[in-house]
Ligand binder design. Structure first.
Ligand SMILES: Nc1ncnc2c1ncn2[C@@H]1O[C@H](COP(=O)(O)OP(=O)(O)OP(=O)(O)O)[C@@H](O)[C@H]1O
Length: 645
């Protein structure tokens, strides 16, 4: 027996016990090696006219024997002679494939795609096998040799039999333990699913003999109650689909094919609404194929949802969901990124340089953004549906970045326009603004219908200004984080005007004229006693009672000063631990309304009880109009009843 070199022994131990986190990748590694071996022979045939092989015959075969507990990966590639076995499999971290790749770097064209580079993949077999036997015959050699090892001390190399060139790697699986069920690999279903998951796009057919069932021909003399009979038979099937759809030029792939790929690889039953392709060439090339789903994944808003794109290197799956490739606000995007130029770490589970990922992610983000913008402009109906599904995440992206992402994302937003009765963009809002409008107005609440009826909304609309009716809990947070929206001037596209985003129920809207302001101040002064009596009646419930300049038809309205609006208070108080989140409520009183006269009269007559009762009723009414709960509905009902008798 030849012993593994000391450093190799240590490496082997490391390899088996710590490099990989996932045992099942052993099959991926062996299939990748087989694909490399086949690729090398194919390359030889291109450069050496004496090598006569047909590309169609090149294949990889996976088989298993339940009784012997073996799994075999065979290929009809270049094979190894006695020295190769010793050098390649006896020395860990020696990669002949890497040497091959660099030696032929110039000559190998697109048709060669060598995967191996570290010289360790083969040993991952020892994660599941107690013994590995390799029988190989080099192309053009007469003799075959076998290499055998238990992965502990060393290995033996002997003469062996093999009918033609190629390699068989035969793993005898370890005995099952409490933690690990190695026997589970001895199943057609399991092996097939591993091939599909990791090696689906390996360029050569990965075949397996699979069990099938077929109906026997109906005998000619069968009588009427003949029941169809079936037989089981075995047939060689190609398990992988080989040609990655993302490597094919977009012009050659039908949308139907993209849809099928999306549905089968990303387990969705509806077609994607958008298919996005990226093809980057240069010192760092990659292909990406991305999809915007047509419906919300059921777990999108759950903790378990994992964003990310599948990452392939030379057609072999590296990571099922590489999170770094998409930002949180595009977490709904599914797809694959494939690059030959990734610097992988030894386990092929991660990358050595995150800067590569960052560069891809940046480009992908831009592409998704421009594609969505295109959809917004060319397929409004589809975009509205998309926005209904995933707009929340985009708004959240603006909010959670404290508005830093607004330049990238704000023009993807849609809000409901009270004036136009449909969803519009902020740009569309701005371009429809009448002369003199200086802010973008919005109102937040739980339904469009309810918001449209709110007195302060009507007041702004009456002035000829549109109001965006926001009904999602994240809306106001998004608006607050954005603070304003910049629009290019019509005559000078380089100069931008930023319009503040204002909640109609917030502090000063700047809508009143100087005269209106002065008149309000005069009323407030004249009725100082009444306002302080009303404030006293309401106590801590409001920060102040003030004269309103923005109400026409209604006697009162509740607004809020400061950063927290009434709607934010409502949204936040739904979450535990937020009891102390309170808006600074202001009860605005319409001095033009007849009720104000009644209040004044009560105050003048010194009827403090009446002032208190009316103030309470008006405050509760304002709460109801806002869609907020009133503190004591029974007391409110009794107060109203008292007025009726
Ligand atoms: N099926 C095979 N046919 C021919 N040569 C093989 C086969 N399997 C492995 N080899 C040889 O053994 C070497 C070591 O294989 P191993 O899987 O350990 O490393 P690698 O494929 O070179 O790199 P990586 O660790 O990146 O997979 C390969 O470089 C190749 O020369």
């Amino acid at each position: 027996m030849r012993k593994f070199k000391t450093e190799s022994k240590k490496l082997l131990d490391l390899m088996i016990n710590s490099i990989y986190t996932n045992r099942e990748i052993f099959l991926r590694e062996l299939i990748s090696n087989a694909s490399d071996a086949v690729d090398k022979l194919y390359f030889k045939s291109l450069t050496d006219s004496k090598v006569e092989i047909s590309k169609d015959d090149l294949a990889i075969l996976v088989s298993f024997d339940k009784d012997a507990r073996t799994i075999t990966v065979s290929d009809n590639g270049i094979g190894m002679d006695k020295d190769d076995l010793d050098r390649n499999l006896g020395t860990i971290a020696h990669s002949d494939s890497l040497e091959f790749k660099s030696e032929n770097a110039e000559t190998q064209g697109e048709d060669i795609d060598i995967i191996g580079q570290f010289g360790v993949g083969f040993y991952s077999a020892f994660m599941v096998a107690s013994k590995v036997k390799v029988v190989s015959r080099a192309y053009g050699a007469d003799a075959a040799y076998s290499w055998e090892s238990d992965g502990v001390e060393g290995y033996t190399v002997k003469e062996a039999e093999r009918a033609s060139h190629g390699t068989d790697v035969i793993l005898t699986l370890k005995e099952d333990t409490d933690e690990e069920n190695y026997d589970s690999y001895l199943s057609e279903y399991k092996l097939k699913s591993l091939i599909k998951r990791y090696s689906n796009y390996v360029r050569y057919p990965v075949q397996m003999e699979v069990e099938k069932t077929r109906e026997l021909p109906k005998p000619e003399d069968a009588d009427d109650d003949y029941k169809p009979e079936f037989e089981h038979y075995r047939e060689l099937d190609t398990i992988n689909s080989m040609i990655p759809i993302w490597k094919r030029p977009k012009s050659e792939v039908t949308q139907e094919e993209y849809n099928e790929f999306y549905k089968s690889d990303f387990h969705d039953f509806s077609d994607p609404v958008r298919t996005i392709t990226v093809h980057a060439e240069g010192s760092f090339s990659y292909d990406a194929l991305l999809f915007v789903p047509g419906r919300v994944p059921f777990d999108l808003y759950s903790k378990d949802y994992k964003k990310g794109l599948a990452l392939y290197s030379s057609n072999v799956l590296i990571m099922e969901k590489c999170e770094e490739l998409v930002p949180d606000y595009f977490n709904f995007v599914r797809g694959v990124v494939d690059s030959q130029d990734l610097t992988l770490n030894i386990s092929r589970e991660t990358l050595q340089h995150n800067s590569q990922l960052r560069a891809i992610a940046k480009r992908i983000e831009k592409k998704i953004k421009s594609d969505l913008a295109d959809m917004r402009d060319t397929d409004r109906e589809g975009y509205e549906k998309f926005f209904e599904n995933f707009g929340r995440g985009i708004k959240y992206g603006i909010y959670s970045s404290y508005g830093m992402k607004k330049d990238e994302l704000a023009d993807l937003l849609l809000f409901y326009s009270a004036k136009q009765d449909k969803m519009i963009t902020l740009d569309e809002y701005a371009s429809a603004m009448p002369e003199g409008q200086e802010s973008i107005f919005y109102a937040a609440g739980d339904s469009v219908e309810r918001l449209a009826k709110m007195p302060i909304v009507s007041t702004v609309l009456d002035k000829g200004y549109d109001v965006l009716l926001c009904t999602e809990d994240v809306d106001e947070f998004c608006m607050t984080a954005m603070a304003d929206f910049a629009v290019a001037d019509a005559d000078d596209p380089d100069s931008l005007t930023a319009y503040p985003l204002k909640n109609v129920a917030g502090g000063n809207l700047g809508l009143e004229t100087e005269e209106e302001k002065e008149a309000a101040e005069a009323v407030a002064k004249e009725n100082e006693d009444l306002f302080s009596a009303m404030k006293e009646a309401l106590g801590d419930k409001v920060a102040k009672v003030a004269v309103s300049t923005r109400l026409s038809g209604s006697p009162v309205a509740l607004t809020a000063e400061g950063p927290i609006s009434l709607e934010m208070e409502r949204v936040l108080s739904g979450a535990p631990g937020n009891d102390d989140v309170k808006s600074e409520r202001v009860l605005e009183v319409n001095a033009e309304h007849p009720i104000f006269e009644t209040l004044k009269a009560a105050q003048d007559a010194g009827d403090a009880d009446k002032v208190r009762l009316y103030t309470d009723i008006l405050y509760n009414q304002a709460l109801l109009v806002e869609g907020m709960p009133i503190d004591d509905p029974v007391e409110y009902a009794q107060a109203v009843a008292k007025l009726m008798v």
